[in-house]
Write a new protein. Structure first.
Length: 58
């Protein structure tokens, strides 16, 4: 009986992230990606170059 009550309480809980909060988080993340696009591209290219160069050693 206790487990059933806990499951219903979990299902009925409304403390999740709202739509507005989710949109704000996405906007901030997209903004950061746009601001640091060249640095991120450079970092990813460097990482893939290292992976490709060291893949032959395995």
């Amino acid at each position: 009986m206790k487990i059933k009550n806990r499951i219903w309480n979990f299902i009925e809980e409304e403390d999740g992230i709202g739509t507005v909060e989710m949109i704000l988080i996405l906007v901030v993340l997209i903004g950061l990606v746009l601001i640091f696009k060249s640095q991120l591209t450079s970092l990813v290219n460097t990482i893939f170059d290292k992976i490709n160069s060291q893949a032959g050693k395995v």
